[in-house]
Design a protein around this ligand. Structure first.
Ligand code: SF4
Length: 222
């Protein structure tokens, strides 16, 4: 049988316990010792260790221990600012989709008020026409013959690389364009907004409704 790693459907989640070696037969905690050893080796590198450690501290600080129970306290944008401070970063980059320009401007204002040097680059930077990547006239959103600028995540990344940003923040980049940005960006990138044109950039809403109004998501492709 082909190798199958299926944490998402695991019926015996022990990896978050002290008995992490007692998972299912195909549990990667048991079967992928080499990869796990290699990963732990990466955390031994001082800069990676500091990054991972501060991320973990950030996670810890996101909860309040109230009499009625543990309660989260910070929206993601606050977390991003706090994490960047913890890391001692001064230069932040925002890679945003033109459809979320207002949101990018608000984020820019928030981060500047918190003392960061912020650069922001729009996806249409460069004004390169979609024909450049082989888009046909009938594949244009506005219809045949209309000028359309391609999303240019590689340029977004290269510009932020030139500026020496220390942490980038993705704001509403399209599916695929975001992946290219991550691939080409020198600095680590976190996501503030994952684009979802239907659900107000809250893509998990589709999963929550996949047994009701969005059952179509569960259809089988043949
Ligand atoms: S790592 Fe092992 S125990 Fe944890 S979810 Fe995956 S299969 Fe289950």
């Amino acid at each position: 049988m082909a190798e199958r790693i299926e944490c998402a459907t695991c019926a015996n989640v022990v990896c978050s316990s002290e008995d992490s070696d007692t998972g299912p037969w195909n549990c990667p905690t048991r079967t992928k010792k080499g990869a796990i050893r290699a990963a732990v080796g990466e955390y031994a590198k001082p800069e990676i260790r500091a990054f991972a450690r501060q991320a973990s501290i950030q996670e810890f600080e996101c909860y309040m221990h109230l009499p009625e129970g543990v309660t989260p306290r910070n929206p993601r944008v606050e977390e991003i600012a706090q994490f960047a401070k913890k890391m001692g970063y001064g230069k932040l980059g925002i890679a945003f989709c033109g459809g979320l320009r207002k949101e990018a401007a608000i984020l820019d204002a928030i981060l500047k008020k918190r003392g960061f040097d912020v650069a922001s680059v729009c996806c249409s930077v460069g004004g390169v026409p979609k024909e450049t990547i082989g888009i046909e006239q009938d594949q244009k959103i506005g219809g045949p013959g209309v000028w359309e600028t391609m999303c240019n995540p590689i340029a977004q990344a290269k510009i932020l690389n030139e500026l020496g940003t220390e942490l980038n923040i993705a704001v509403g980049l399209c599916v695929g364009h975001d992946a290219l940005f991550f691939k080409y960006a020198d600095a680590p990138t976190t996501v503030l907004i994952a684009k979802d044109r239907v659900f107000g950039h809250n893509p998990v809403a589709a999963l929550y409704q996949s047994e009701s109004y969005y059952k179509k998501l569960m259809r089988e492709d043949r």
